[in-house]
Design a protein around this ligand. Structure first.
Ligand SMILES: Cc1cc2nc3c(=O)[nH]c(=O)nc-3n(C[C@H](O)[C@H](O)[C@H](O)COP(=O)(O)OP(=O)(O)OC[C@H]3O[C@@H](n4cnc5c(N)ncnc54)[C@H](O)[C@@H]3O)c2cc1C
Length: 415
């Protein structure tokens, strides 16, 4: 069947018809496409992406941590996929010559009131099968000589990688298997007729037996275009801002230094992260972004702003967490406050050691009642699978998430 373009541009690169079309060339979309063709080499797959390259949003703007799976509720998809997903990601890096380092991390308690939460994390580590050791200040000083702390958890399996480099390897694997990743092809609308789905994109139309929505910060908008699914969740964009440590101060951080997280808040608190290129990042904080891809305070989308201001779920959340939220905004606007949070972990860090570096925006799903969706969330339509929540550790676990989605795809279309 020939594609009849209703978008602005002719469908030069867009196959008119495939078995499966994946929306979004972030790490979840690319890993999913890869796992589908591995599971069923005869299946024709295309990936459509609104930007001009892969990994330009969450995947290319994150901390680059290979998470161990310590934080997550035992039995949750996050807990189940993080451990196996990390091992699979490390193996993928090895076989594809991608820079990575299993440098380990410490989660540091700096006051006595944090000790019960540190012990609870230790219990979670055991429940999730993650190796972790409760250590005292002497051992902490051996691992991270500049970190402050009265106790810590040492998690040796945690590592670092650059997920953009992983995506480059994935696009190479896809090209070798005949899967086209079509850029500048933002999906504008979706129609479903019987068991076929038709996408109108900026690069033309494409028809498929199944659509897999991996649109990250816009996954709720793409789900909203599918007339066959109803969802109770929507995405709230939370910006995470970073500073970078000056080169001559990088020696203050050997691996990864994290605070004990607030268990009722979905983010981990500002931490110090060594990157694979040798740099050290400090952050991210968590402030409401004023646009889906709102990387600075001046990136404002009036539609998004209206959506946020009239979002009853978000107001409910704001009432619950106003104190934490106010602290995050204060740290965003005031470098001294950000530095103070870091000094709890490494007292020698000074404001002059830190320069701003690019921010990321997290896609966090929220229900209409204002509950944060904690776990990964997938919803099926007759001709679609929607990934409605894929926050951290979804980059770590992406290959495993891709396998889970590929299994669902096979149930829909057959091997
Ligand atoms: C600040 C920050 C730090 C993080 N740190 C870590 C970490 O250390 N370790 C970890 O494991 N995870 C981390 N995460 C989480 C991780 O980055 C995400 O879970 C993961 O990248 C999600 O991948 P994705 O493919 O779902 O989304 P994205 O990478 O956002 O990809 C979605 C893609 O869909 C495209 N798209 C959107 N709308 C459309 C449309 N209409 N048509 C076509 N394409 C569309 C977008 O352009 C984008 O390329 C972090 C996230 C952030 C923001």
């Amino acid at each position: 069947m020939t594609a009849k373009p209703t978008g602005d541009r002719p469908p030069e690169d867009l196959p008119g018809e495939v078995d499966v079309v994946v929306v979004g060339a972030g790490i979840v979309g690319l890993a999913t496409a890869y796992k589908i063709v591995l599971a069923s080499p005869g299946t024709t797959v295309a990936v459509v992406e609104k930007e001009s390259g892969p990994a330009l949003h969450q995947t290319g703007r994150n901390s680059g941590v290979l998470h161990s799976g310590i934080y997550y509720k035992p039995g949750s998809l996050k807990a189940v996929t993080a451990g196996v997903g990390r091992a699979e990601m490390v193996e993928f890096c090895r076989t594809h010559d991608i820079r990575h380092d299993i440098c380990g991390k410490v989660i540091v308690a700096t006051s006595a009131d944090e000790l019960p939460r540190l012990d609870e994390l230790n219990r979670r580590a055991r429940a999730n099968g993650v190796a972790a050791e409760r250590i005292g200040p002497e051992r902490l000083a051996e691992i991270e000589p500049h970190a402050a702390g009265i106790a810590a958890l040492h998690v040796p399996e945690t590592g670092i990688v650059n997920y953009t480099e992983v995506c480059e390897a994935l696009t190479g694997e896809l090209a070798a298997r005949g899967v086209e990743v079509v850029y500048d092809a933002g999906v504008r609308s979706v129609t479903v007729a019987g068991e076929r789905v038709r996408l109108i994109t900026a690069a033309g139309d494409i028809e498929a037996g199944l659509m897999v929505n991996c649109a990250g910060l816009r996954s709720d908008q793409v789900a909203g275009m599918d007339p066959t699914v109803e969802t109770d969740t929507h995405i709230v964009p939370f910006r995470g801002e970073y500073f970078e440590l000056a080169e001559e101060r990088r020696h203050l951080v050997k691996g990864l230094i994290y605070p004990v997280p607030d268990p009722s808040f979905p983010f981990l608190g500002v931490h110090l992260t060594r990157m694979v290129d040798g740099g050290v990042h400090a952050g991210p904080n968590a402030v409401l972004a004023l646009a889906r891809e709102g990387y600075t305070w001046t990136d404002v989308d009036l539609g998004q702003l209206r959506e946020s201001l009239t979002d009853r779920g978000l107001w409910h959340l704001a009432r619950l967490y106003w104190r934490t939220g106010a602290g995050e905004i204060w740290r965003s606007l005031n470098k001294a406050a950000f530095v103070k949070a870091l000094q709890r972990l490494v007292p020698e860090i000074e404001s002059s050691d830190l320069a701003r570096s690019p921010a990321g925006v997290r896609a966090q799903a929220l229900t209409s009642r204002g509950d944060l969706v904690d776990d990964f969330a997938l919803v099926d339509g007759p001709a679609s699978v929607h990934v409605l929540n894929a926050p951290s550790p979804a980059a770590t676990a992406s290959l495993r998430i891709g396998s889970t989605i590929a299994e669902r795809v096979m149930e829909h279309i057959g091997p």
